[in-house]
Each structure stands twice: as C-alpha cells, then as structure tokens.
Design a protein around this ligand. Structure first.
Ligand code: NAD
Length: 465
C-alpha cells in the first residue's frame, strides 16, 4: 500500500530558557537533574510537541499530571508488628477517557517514576486509539520479602486508602511489575466492599483490569503485552530486512512481558539466545527453550540456575541444549537481531547502548532506554521501537476486559487476539506515517501520532472555563 505523505514546513528554531533547556521546564519549576526519569520523559514529549506546533496551553497541561495522590498506611505483618507503607496513584490526563494504568510493588517506587509511567500511559492509550487516559500507581515495598498474606493485607489496606480517588469509570488500575491477577482480585473485592456509590458490587469489579477470568478477567489478558510486542515486530521488522522465522533475539526480564514475548516469538520460529533478569544472565546460541525457562522462573523466582536445572532434567532440549550462565556485559554483547528489554526503566544507558550487538531494540518495558542511551543507539544505526507502541497490548486488552464487563459479555481468545492485532497494526502504521511525514526517529514519531489525537480532543473540548 503506497500513500503520499505531505511534509510539514520546518518548525521555527526553538528559543531555549536560561538553563539551556525548554523554557516550559523553568516555567513549571522542574528539576535540573538530567538523570530524573520524569524530566527525560517530558523532554521526549516536548520535542514531539514542538515538531507538530502543539499550542502552549496543551503542552503545559500535558507536562504535569492532573493529580498526584500519596498515602501512608499501616499494615500488621505476620510477626505481629505494624509497618508503615507508602503508596502512590498519579492521574496524568483524562481528556480522552478515564485514567488507566498499572500498580507496581517495588522497593524503588518513587513519585517521579510513577509520574513518568502515568504520562506514558496517556500517550500509549492515545496511540492505540482506546478511550482511556493515563494513570499509574505503586507501593514502595518488596513483595519477594513478604508472605502472600502480607501482600494481600498491603493490597487491601492500600485500596482502603485510595478508593475515594478511583472508580470503574474514573480511574482503573491494572497489574504491573510484581503485581498479578490475584492481587487485582483482592483489589477489586476490597473496592467493591467499600465504595458507597457502587451498590451493584459486581459492576464495581470493573475498577481494575487484569483480573482472573473467574471474576471478569479477559481471556488473552495475561499474554496481551507480549502478544502486542510480537504483533508490532511482525508488522515492522520485514521493512528492516528481518524475518521472524529464524530471527535471533534476547530478552531482559522474564516476568509477564518478557516471558510471554519470548514464548510467542518461539512459536513463530524465532530463536531466543540470551535472557537476563535480576538473578543472572544465560545464553545458548542454538536457542533457549522459553517454555521450559518460564516453568523454571515460576519455581525458582528467576532465570538464575536454569543451566543447572537443565543438566538435571533435560528441560530446554526442545529448542537447543540448555544454557550457560554469562555476565551482564556478555549478555548485552550477545549478537542478536532484536533485543527486547522487558524489565525496569533506564536499563539501557550509554554503556549498555554501546555494548548492544543488535539491529533493533523493541521496548517491552516502559522507558528502558535513557535519552543518552538513545543517542548512542542512533549513532550506531540501531532502530528503537518505543514502549508506547511496543507494549500497548496490555492496556488494549485491559480495555477489552473493561468493555466485556460493562456489556456482560465474554469474548473468546480468537476475538481478543484479532482485535488486539488490529489496534497494534494500526498504531504501528500511524507511527510509520508520522516518521515519514516529520522525518524523525521512531520514538518521536510514536509520540507525534499520539499527540495528534490528544491535540484534536483539546481543540474540540476546549479548556474549562
Ligand atoms: P514482572 O514483575 O512480571 O517482571 C519484571 C521482570 O524484571 C522480572 O523478570 C525481574 O526479574 C526483572 N528485573 C527486575 N529487576 C531487574 C534488574 N535489575 N535486571 C534485570 N532484570 C530485572 O513485570 P512485567 O509486568 O513483566 O513488567 C515489565 C515491564 O513491562 C515494566 O516496565 C512494566 O511497566 C512494563 N509493562 C507491563 C505490562 C503488563 O501488562 N504487565 C504492560 C505494559 C508495560
């Protein structure tokens, strides 16, 4: 399909503020710390906004979240003592629809990181054209050091602290790092027990997505983010001279996103040659069996030790012959066609970007590449497929779950996968068109394709009063 793309006239050169950066940062009192994730995330957005001439009034609205909710709450631990926890819910923007975004449990959860992730959600939902805005939340805690009972009590107590600020048509959380369907079930159950405005308690279960299928979860939601990464790769790689069958890939993080991306790519005939997570790194040039590795991670809590398990059980034979433990540096330097970061933010900085030996980075995780890392990758000719495009599959199927709940329907997995694929392919095509039109990198193009939609919404809604 060929389409004529009208090139826009070049934007006027930008006047920088006294600190040599976008004047909006000074106008809104932003930090000057270049490593601050929120500063980095907004910087990318403002660059795209300038290219399309976004009005200043919309730029300032999008530069700060609409609400930042921070709560402290006590929880009784198994040994009888009480611990105070800190939780966040950031609501970035709801011009297009209710706030939407995951809840993360991690010791490193900070307000500015949650703000960044909330902003990414606004852009992700807009890029795939689902009627949601952006939100994100988290609890500063280490669930790996807690019992299931403690995780449940922390979850329920957190919901009791924030339930006034969320709702099935207002702000709808979902799973993220270290949270899962079980935690969403406790979340929804607590909300539906507390929220006075939801007499019909079943409808209140819509307050979260990513629920177990037994309580209104959607078929295909658990694998959705990984499936979406693969849909984008299938759509975009051929133009870069890479075919999925026989393609070599590596994965950073083997949790929900990493393991599903790995398993689905394996089914399509691609070969996983290296995996890294918080417990170690492994490699096998003739292929790591992602199914066997997922079983190992479910039991052991990480990829570390997979080489020993293989020796004992033969697991991993299907796709290769087990794996060898390697260093972090060796992991990054492993030759692959595509590297898929699917763990945490800011993992590909300048050093890691200079180590990578791949043609494409497909961001399964949110914000895994820093601006400095991006510059190194660009200089080395490595293409980056950005998170707001690649990992939008999770929120897209969350939207399907939400509308199934609203309509009292249950879709089969074929319908979910087909609808997901349609959204992902259209988002990829929007990004490619913006890249051609503005002659920019793919990350900026994805932001432009998302911003274009948000700008139209503000143009017709106006700004109250
Ligand atoms: P998860 O908790 O299931 O998995 C996280 C993975 O990161 C684990 O394998 C863990 O070992 C690894 N990890 C943690 N610290 C690490 C380190 N220092 N080095 C290497 N690996 C490390 O989380 P997830 O849901 O798979 O989320 C992963 C990323 O994808 C996050 O950025 C998240 O925001 C994003 N994301 C998730 C979803 C979703 O539906 N779950 C949707 C969109 C985006």
């Amino acid at each position: 399909m060929s389409r004529t793309v009208t090139k826009p006239s070049a934007p006027a050169p930008k006047q920088m503020g006294p600190k040599g950066r976008d004047p909006i940062f000074d106008e809104l009192g932003f930090t000057t710390d270049p490593d601050n994730l929120y500063l980095q995330t907004v910087g990318v957005m403002l660059h795209a906004a300038d290219l399309i001439g976004l009005p200043h009034r919309v730029k300032i609205i999008l530069t700060q979240p609409q609400s930042e909710i921070m709560v402290h709450f006590p929880v009784k631990m198994d040994d009888g003592h009480h611990r105070l926890f800190k939780g966040y819910r950031v609501q970035h923007n709801n011009a297009i629809g209710p706030y939407k975004g995951g809840i993360r449990y991690h010791p490193d959860v900070h307000l500015d990181d949650v703000k960044s992730l909330a902003l990414l959600m606004t852009f992700k939902c807009s890029l795939v054209r689902i009627p949601f805005g952006g939100g994100k939340g988290g609890i500063k805690c280490d669930p790996r050091a807690m019992s299931q009972e403690e995780v449940m009590r922390v979850t329920r107590r957190f919901v009791s602290a924030i339930y006034h600020y969320i709702g099935p048509d207002y702000d709808i959380p979902a799973p993220d790092v270290n949270t899962n369907a079980q935690i969403m079930a406790w979340f929804a159950d607590t909300y539906s027990s507390l929220a006075e405005s939801n007499k019909n308690s079943w409808d209140a279960m819509r307050v979260v997505t990513g629920k177990p299928v037994e309580v209104g979860g959607s078929l295909g939601r658990e694998k959705a983010t990984g499936q979406g990464v693969v849909d984008v790769l299938v759509e975009m790689l051929p133009a870069m001279g890479i075919t999925i069958e026989g393609m070599k890939y590596s994965v950073i993080g083997f949790g929900n996103v990493g393991s599903w991306t790995g398993r689905i790519l394996q089914k399509l005939g691609a070969r996983c040659v290296a995996v890294m997570d918080h417990t170690g790194s492994i490699r096998n040039d003739s292929g790591i069996d992602c199914e066997a590795l997922a079983q190992h991670v479910a039991k052991a809590g990480g990829v570390g030790g997979f080489e020993k398990v293989k020796a004992a059980t033969g697991a991993g034979k299907k796709n290769g012959s087990g794996a060898t433990a390697i260093s972090t540096e060796e992991f990054y330097k492993t030759a692959v066609d595509v590297c898929i970061p699917a763990a945490l933010e800011q993992m590909i900085k300048e050093k890691e970007a200079s180590w990578l030996n791949c043609k494409v980075v497909a961001e399964g995780a949110n914000a895994p590449t820093t601006p400095a890392g991006d510059r190194v990758l660009a200089k080395r000719g490595i293409e980056v497929l950005p998170a707001i495009l690649c990992n939008a599959g999770g929120v897209t199927v969350s939207y399907f779950e939400w509308i199934q709940n609203k309509a009292c329907e249950s879709w089969d997995v074929e319908r979910v996968d087909k609808e997901l694929n349609r959204h992902m392919v259209m988002a990829a095509r929007r990004t490619i068109l913006a890249r051609q039109k503005y002659e920019c990198d793919t990350r900026t193009a994805a932001y432009i394709a998302a911003l274009d939609n948000i700008a139209k919404v503000y143009a017709v809604r106006g700004i109250f009063p």
